[in-house]
Design a binder for this molecule. Structure first.
Ligand SMILES: Cc1ncc(COP(=O)(O)O)c(C=O)c1O
Length: 416
């Protein structure tokens, strides 16, 4: 074994991994067909409608509503569910900004409940402890593409009459007890932003089996219109959040690839997790038996630096030098972001300003993952052959074998 590439040795791998997004002739044809039809908007074209139907039925739902992104889908879901000013919504702190910003944009109060240290998903016991008389909803995130503990969350929701909106932005094609993500709560929300497992650049969808919620979402995303109304008749405060036909066209052709890609990611992800778990201090996301398909938007693990023998930041640098793209993920729990610490909520939540103090929020598991142990590899890396996974394992093993030299390098570098 040569020395670490970071210290002048030969890298484990110089070839790139799979580049995202993947596209070809079928995508070109759909886009050209849409261009030439002259029907570029959802109101007169057929692409978005076709996609909504296909995506919803694959995700176990009667209704799917294409919207401009996965932030708007969360906000419209909350509004459709009747969340009112000042209501509390429980969210995990280990997630993207939008899970909580969408709550504020619905004029409701995000309340953070910690995640589980093994699954990285919302801990149902922490969620239960966060419920107050003002709580109206929970947004579990299927983090990295592994479904949250939905049996426990739905049980809590039934007991306290709460609405559950799944943030399935990472979970296209994922399944919990063989039921698709997006059909497990009252509403599901997906994102099709560039990095996602199914993408059209920017986009989102709301999924549900509840006819009344679907009808309200439909109205909200279309300027408060109703099916029987005339064009300039507006019944609700909504907006124009309709997904466009070019996005719909691309999503239709991309959806044809999703099943095969999801199988590959799940197979490679499980293999990689089993191999890397052999190394001291390496704790891949723990997969409960209820996860019948992990969509692996991220391959995620916790790196316990002490047990591994080198600091996380140095391990990441060393792996990158070995040719493995990786990162430490979110640097801060969401409630520690300046927006929350300073209550920079713009015009929202004036009635609770002064009563809120996110500096008092305690989520030690999320903090530990963000600040010390989190480690991510993006989903496209899992789309290659098994040999690609073996390269990642070899690089990890090499970095571990040279941990003393790496720790030494890190000490010298941090002093510099
Ligand atoms: C967990 C999570 N929720 C919501 C979103 C918001 O989606 P969008 O970027 O499409 O608004 C994202 C991603 O970007 C996300 O990662």
């Amino acid at each position: 074994m040569t020395s670490l590439a970071l210290l002048g040795g030969t890298p484990t791998r110089t070839r790139p991994f799979t580049v995202w997004p993947i596209f070809g002739k079928a995508d070109e044809q759909r886009l050209l067909q849409t261009l030439r039809s002259g029907k570029w908007g959802k109101l007169n074209g057929a692409q978005v409608a076709e996609f909504e139907h296909r995506f919803a039925s694959r995700h176990g739902c009667r209704h799917g509503l294409g919207v401009v992104n996965g932030t708007v889908s969360l906000r419209l879901g909350l509004m459709a569910a009747g969340i009112r000013a000042g209501d509390e919504v429980i969210v995990p702190p280990y997630t993207f900004y939008a899970t909580a910003s969408a709550v504020i944009e619905a004029n409701a109060v995000p309340v953070f409940a910690d995640v589980d240290l093994d699954s990285f998903n919302l801990d149902p016991a922490a969620a239960e402890a966060a419920v107050t008389s003002r709580t109206r909803a929970i947004i579990p995130v299927h983090f990295a593409g592994q479904p949250a503990d939905m049996s426990a969350i739905m049980k809590l929701a039934r007991k306290r009459s709460l609405v559950v909106i799944e943030d399935a932005a990472h979970a296209h094609g994922a399944a919990y007890r063989k039921r698709p993500a997006g059909s497990l709560g009252h509403l599901g929300s997906f994102s099709f932003q560039s990095s996602k497992n199914l993408t059209c650049g920017e986009g989102g969808i709301i999924t549900t089996n509840d006819d009344a919620l679907a009808e309200r979402c439909r109205s909200l995303h279309n300027c408060g219109r109703i099916p029987a109304g005339v064009w300039y008749e507006h019944h609700l405060l909504g907006g124009n959040y309709r997904l466009g036909e070019f996005q719909g066209a691309l999503l239709n052709s991309q959806l044809d690839r999703l099943e095969a890609q999801s199988d590959t990611r799940d197979r490679n992800g499980q293999y990689l997790a089993a191999r890397l778990a052999q190394l001291p201090g390496v704790h891949p996301q723990k997969r409960p038996a209820t996860c019948t398909r992990h969509s692996y938007h991220l391959f995620m693990l916790r790196l316990d630096s002490r047990a591994f023998g080198a600091p996380r930041s140095a391990v990441i640098e060393a792996l990158r030098a070995e040719g493995i793209p990786c990162s430490g993920g979110y640097p801060l729990s969401l409630h520690r972001q300046p927006m929350f610490q300073n209550q920079a909520f713009g015009p929202y939540l004036p009635q609770v300003r002064g009563k809120l103090d996110y500096r008092k929020t305690r989520c030690p598991n999320s903090d530990l993952i963000c600040q010390e142990q989190g480690f991510w590899i993006e989903h496209s890396v899992l789309l290659g052959p098994r040999a690609d996974m073996d390269d990642i394992v070899r690089a990890f093993e090499k970095v571990h074998a040279h941990r003393a030299a790496l720790a030494d390098w890190s000490r010298k570098n941090s002093k510099a």
